[in-house]
Design a protein around this ligand. Structure first.
Ligand code: C2E
Ligand code: MG
Ligand code: MG
Length: 638
C-alpha cells in the first residue's frame, strides 16, 4: 500500500486553503458549507494515510487498533458524503428550519452508518506472497459504500428536482465533482492496489473551488470592494434568515461633482473607495459605476455609522473640500420591508429614477410606504403583461353625439383590462405604470389594432358613424416609429384613414414635441386626423392649439364641470370656445351627465357632446346594440 498519492492530495488541499484564506470573504452560508466539505475531505485523506500506516505496522499497534483506525477512515468517507449533502442543501433550503430538518434526517442516517461500520467485520486482502496487506474489504466497507451511494443518489435527485433553486454553474460544478469521485472509485474497484479515492476528493475540492468558491469572484476588480453578485447572494441569505438589516447607498449622480475634471474625479473616487474598504461592522459593495451599497447586519451600528460616513464626506478628500463631492444618500433602516434581493435592487433603481426630488433632497430615508407603492406597481406591471399575453386587453367605446346631425357620429375608444377573475380594470389603474415601464407602446398598438379590427367588422357608415377617436399617450407621441407602425397596421386591415382620429395631449419636453410633430405630419399626409384631449386640465393651453395641427379640441370634464360651478370659469370657457371656433376647429365637450349640462353646451354652440348623459363607455357588442337602437329611434322620430 502506497501513500504517495494521498500526500499529493494533502499538498494540493493545503495550497488551496492558503489561497482561500488569503482572500477577502463575505459571510455566506455556502462558503461555510464549502469549508465543511473541505475539512471533511482533508480529514479523510489524513485518515487514509494513517490507516495505511497502522495496518502496515499492525504488529506494533495490535490488530484491534489497526482495524479501528481502518474503520475510522471509512467513517470519514461517510463524513465527506454527509458534508456534500449539507453543501447542496444550504443552497436549496434557504429557510433555516427546512435546512435543519433535512440535515437532521441525514445526520441520523450517518450515525446509523457509523454504528454499522464499527459493528461489522473488516477483512484484509493480502498480496500474493502474503507478506503485505493489499486492501481492506468486507461488510464494514460495504456498509460505507452503500451509505455513500445512498447519499450520492440523493444529491443527484436534489440536483434534478430542485434545479430551479440551484444555478446552472453550481449544478455543473457539483456534477463534475461527483463524476471525479465515482470515476476514482471505479478505478480503485478495478485496480485494487491503486488507492485514489481520497485523492479524488482533493481534486473534487479543487473543482468546487475553481468553479464556485473562489472568493475572488465576489470582488470587484477595480476597487477591491464586493461586487453586485456578492450583494445579491448576501442579502438573499439575510432575507432567508428573516434577519432585519440596514442598507446605506451612496450614489454619485452627475450632479455629485462640482467642477471637478475627470482625472481628479478618479483620484477622489479612489480615496472614497479606500475609506469604504475600512468601514467597520459592514460590508461595502460596488453595485454600479456610480453606486456603492453598504450593508450593516446590525441596525443600531448602522444608525451611528451613517452619520459618521456623511461627516467623513463633508470633511473633504485630500485637497478638495466637502463641497467638491456631494453624493445622494439612500438609507433603508429596515431593509427587510422588502423580502427579496431582486426587489431591493429594483427599489433602489426605482427611487433613483422615479423620485423627481432625488437629486434635490440628496438624503432619502426609505420607509414602508415607498415599498408598498413599488409592490403595487409591480403587481400592475404583472397585470398588464398577463393581459397582453392572454389577450385580455379590451376596448370599450363611448358614443359622441353631434349636435348638428342630432345623432351619434363618432366614439372614443377606451382601453380596459379584464383581470383573471373576469373583472374590468379601468385605465386609471394601469396607464401610468404602462407609461413608466414603456409597455404603453405595445399596449397602444394592441388598442389601435383592435379598433382597426372593429372597423373592418362593423363598417362605420352603416351605423351613421364617421370616425373613432383613439388616445395616444405622450410616450407614444415621442416614439419615432409611431407613424410608420400605425400606418402599417391600417394597411394590414385595409382601413381608410378617415375613420381614425388620434387624441394627443400636451407634451412636456420640446424634444418630444418635435417627434410628435413629425409623427403627426406623416399621419396627416396619410389621411388621419387629430384631436387635442384634456383641454382645460392645465395640461393644455391656447398656444398649444395654435402650434398643433389638430381638427378637434376636447374639453375635459373638469372644465365643463367648472363652468357650472364657478362664474370666472364660465368666462374663460366662453372665451376659449370663441377662439377655438375662430380657428375653425370643432369642440367635443366631455363629461356631460345631465340634460341641463347638455342643453347648456348646445346653446354655447359646441358641436359634439360626450358623457354619461348619452352613455358610459360600452363593450364592443353593447356599443353596436346601442348604435342600432339609436338609429332605430332616429328613424322612428324622423
Ligand atoms: P380621456 O381620454 O379624457 O377619456 C375620457 C374619460 O372620461 C374616460 O375615462 C371616460 O369613461 C370618462 N367619462 C366620459 N364621460 C364621463 C361622464 O359623463 N362622467 C364621468 N365621471 N366620466 C366620464 P376612462 O375610460 O376611465 O379613461 C381615463 C383616461 O385613461 C382617458 O381619459 C385617457 O387619458 C386614458 N386612456 C383610456 N384609454 C386609453 C388608451 O387606449 N390609451 C391611452 N394612452 N390612454 C387611454
Ligand atoms: Mg381621450
Ligand atoms: Mg379627455
Amino acid at each position: 500500500m502506497h501513500i504517495q498519492i494521498q500526500c499529493c492530495g494533502i499538498v494540493l488541499m493545503l495550497v488551496l486553503f492558503y489561497f482561500y484564506m488569503r482572500q477577502k470573504r463575505i459571510s455566506l452560508d455556502t462558503q461555510r458549507a464549502f469549508l465543511g466539505v473541505f475539512w471533511a475531505t482533508f480529514i479523510c485523506i489524513i485518515m487514509d494515510i494513517l490507516s495505511i500506516g497502522v495496518i502496515q505496522y499492525r504488529h506494533v499497534f495490535t490488530e484491534p487498533v489497526a482495524k479501528f483506525v481502518a474503520k475510522t477512515y471509512l467513517v470519514t468517507l461517510l463524513g465527506v458524503a454527509f458534508s456534500a449533502l449539507s453543501y447542496m442543501c444550504v443552497d436549496i433550503y434557504t429557510k433555516k428550519e427546512c435546512y435543519r430538518k433535512q440535515m437532521g434526517v441525514y445526520l441520523l442516517m450517518t450515525l446509523a452508518g457509523i454504528a454499522g461500520i464499527y459493528a461489522v467485520p473488516l477483512y484484509y486482502q493480502y498480496t500474493n506472497d502474503g507478506a503485505d496487506v493489499k486492501y481492506t474489504y468486507g461488510p464494514s466497507v460495504y456498509v460505507t459504500y452503500g451509505m455513500a451511494l445512498l447519499f450520492f443518489v440523493r444529491i443527484l435527485y436534489l440536483l434534478r428536482k430542485e434545479k430551479d433553486k440551484i444555478n446552472s454553474r453550481r449544478r455543473e460544478a457539483v456534477y463534475l465533482w461527483l463524476f471525479v469521485w465515482v470515476a476514482a472509485s471505479q478505478v480503485q474497484f478495478m485496480y485494487t492496489d491503486i488507492l485514489i479515492v481520497a485523492f479524488a476528493g482533493a481534486i473534487g475540492i479543487m473543482v468546487l473551488y475553481l468553479k464556485l468558491e473562489n472568493p475572488e469572484t465576489n470582488l470587484d476588480r477595480s476597487t477591491g470592494l464586493f461586487n453586485s453578485g456578492a450583494f445579491y447572494q448576501y442579502t438573499r441569505q439575510l432575507f432567508a434568515k428573516d434577519q432585519d438589516f440596514s442598507i446605506f447607498a451612496i450614489i454619485f449622480e452627475n450632479t455629485a461633482y462640482q467642477h471637478v475634471s475627470l482625472d481628479k474625479r478618479a483620484f477622489i473616487r479612489m480615496q472614497i473607495v479606500e475609506y469604504l474598504l475600512r468601514i467597520e461592522d459592514a460590508y461595502s459593495f460596488k453595485n454600479a459605476e456610480d453606486e456603492y451599497l453598504i450593508v450593516f447586519p446590525n441596525m443600531e451600528t448602522a444608525k451611528k455609522r451613517v452619520e459618521d460616513i456623511q461627516r467623513r464626506f463633508a470633511s473633504g478628500w485630500g485637497e478638495y473640500n466637502g463641497d467638491t463631492v456631494k453624493p445622494c444618500w439612500l438609507y433603508l433602516p429596515h431593509a427587510n420591508i422588502v423580502n427579496q434581493a431582486e426587489i431591493l435592487l429594483y427599489l433602489i433603481r426605482y427611487i433613483r429614477h422615479d423620485e423627481k426630488t432625488f437629486t434635490e433632497n440628496r438624503f432619502h430615508c426609505v420607509e414602508k410606504d415607498s415599498v408598498d407603492k413599488i409592490h403595487r406597481e409591480r403587481e400592475v406591471v404583472q397585470l398588464i403583461l398577463d393581459a397582453m399575453e392572454n389577450d385580455r386587453i379590451e376596448v370599450f367605446y363611448q358614443p359622441i353625439f353631434s349636435t348638428s346631425e342630432r345623432s351619434i357620429t363618432s366614439a372614443e375608444a377606451l382601453v380596459r383590462i379584464r383581470d383573471r377573475d373576469g373583472k374590468i380594470v379601468p385605465p386609471g389603474v394601469f396607464i401610468d405604470t404602462a407609461e413608466k415601464s414603456g409597455m404603453i407602446l405595445k399596449l397602444g398598438a394592441v388598442v389601435f389594432e383592435k379598433v382597426c379590427r372593429f372597423i373592418t367588422k362593423y363598417p362605420l357608415e352603416r351605423f351613421g358613424m364617421q370616425y373613432i377617436e383613439i388616445n395616444l399617450s405622450v410616450i407614444q407621441c415621442g416614439y419615432e416609429h409611431l407613424a410608420q407602425d400605425y400606418i402599417d397596421i391600417m394597411e394590414r386591415y385595409k382601413i381608410d384613414p378617415k375613420y381614425i382620429n388620434l387624441e394627443i395631449t400636451e407634451s412636456a419636453s420640446t424634444n418630444a414635441k418635435k417627434t410628435l410633430l413629425n409623427n403627426m405630419e406623416d399621419l396627416i399626409s396619410y389621411g388621419v386626423r387629430f384631436s387635442l384631449d384634456d383641454f382645460g386640465t392645465g395640461q393644455s393651453n391656447l398656444n398649444y392649439i395654435v402650434d398643433m395641427p389638430v381638427n378637434i379640441v376636447k374639453f375635459d370634464r373638469s372644465m365643463t364641470n367648472a363652468y357650472f360651478e364657478n362664474g370666472k370659469a364660465k368666462h374663460v370657457m366662453e372665451a376659449a370656445i370663441h377662439m377655438i371656433h375662430g380657428m375653425n376647429l370643432e369642440i367635443v365637450s366631455e363629461g356631460i351627465e345631465t340634460k341641463e349640462q347638455y342643453e347648456t353646451m348646445e346653446d354655447l354652440g359646441i358641436s359634439h357632446i360626450q358623457g354619461y348623459y348619452f352613455s358610459k363607455p360600452l363593450p364592443e357588442d353593447e356599443f353596436i346594440r346601442f348604435l342600432e337602437d339609436s338609429l332605430r329611434q332616429n328613424r322612428d322620430v324622423g
